[in-house]
Design a protein around this ligand. Structure first.
Ligand code: 13P
Length: 282
């Protein structure tokens, strides 16, 4: 079923697992991601930046996700990642996105609350879920880099006030991960995550999933992470594979011969991630 975050994160909570939220940069990546979720028998969250949504077409992404969720027989959420403008969020909701993230993390606290509330008011009318962020995650997101000096961990007391005053469906936390971190891995502040989890009773989201060590995945899920964002690793896998293939093939070769192996390579990465996110004791 094509659904929103509330549905899939509720299930994840019952099963003590996280749902993978995978950033796509094109329609071609969707079979890789949704196919992997079908093979693993889990729901999946497809997320796009505002930039990707604009160039692929919001409506196209929504239509393909809807049809693929029906064909695969699994829950699929289409989520707008890190939107900072009301108009961008409205455009996505109007075109059929089932979930959005309003990223007011760089705004003063009260302004973040007020703007998040505005988004919720609009999203509610369409049964669209809303994620918001408190604290500042480092690294590079859609080409925009956050300076190391800007990084700020989520404050548990602020988290309580923020959740109570906004009514968001999921909270993105800054606990030491960085967007775009591919070559090295992150040192997570588990103590801070535990404090946040004890303070608020809603699903928590980890950003910068590519940089999280495999051995840390279960630990953060046990501490309340229910949505696990992974982007860079998929992008790098696709790009490496396509460079290799396009470098070797003649100009008039079938495009399919070069694209299908990229889909297969990304599918393998997504499956492995989902296996880590599932509660293997179940
Ligand atoms: P990575 O690209 O580091 O995996 O992070 C993805 C993300 O958090 C998207 O919001």
């Amino acid at each position: 079923m094509y659904t929103n975050l509330r549905t899939v994160l509720k299930t994840a909570d019952k099963l003590n697992m996280a749902v993978g939220a995978f950033n796509t940069h094109s329609l071609e990546m969707l079979p890789a991601i949704i196919g992997a979720a079908k093979e693993e028998g889990t729901p999946v969250i497809i997320q796009t930046s505002v930039g990707t949504a604009k160039y692929v077409g919001h409506g196209n992404l929504a239509a393909v996700c809807k049809s693929m969720s029906e064909q695969a027989g699994i829950d699929v959420v289409l989520h707008l990642d890190h939107a900072k403008e009301y108009e961008d969020i409205k455009e996505a909701i109007d075109a059929g996105y089932s979930s959005v993230m309003f990223d007011g993390s760089s705004l003063p606290f009260k302004e973040n609350i007020l703007k998040t509330r505005q988004i919720i008011e609009y999203a509610k009318k369409f049964n669209v879920s809303v994620e918001a962020e408190l604290g500042i995650v480092g690294g590079t997101e859609d080409g925009v880099a956050a300076d190391a000096s800007e990084v700020r961990y989520t404050d548990p007391k602020e988290a309580v006030e923020f959740v109570n005053q906004t009514g968001i469906d999921a909270l993105a936390v800054a606990i030491g991960t960085n967007h775009g971190q591919y070559k090295s891995k992150t040192n997570i502040n588990f103590e801070r995550l535990k404090e946040i989890k004890e303070a608020v009773d809603i699903p928590l989201v980890i950003h910068g999933g590519t940089g999280v060590k495999d051995e840390d995945v279960r630990k953060v899920i046990d501490l309340g992470i229910r949505k696990f964002n992974v982007g860079t690793e998929l992008l790098v896998t696709w790009t490496k594979k396509s460079k290799e293939l396009f470098g070797e093939t003649p100009e008039n070769a079938s495009l399919r011969n070069n694209v299908v192996p990229c889909i297969d390579a990304v599918n393998e990465v997504v499956r492995r991630k989902i296996q880590l996110f599932k509660n293997i004791d179940d």
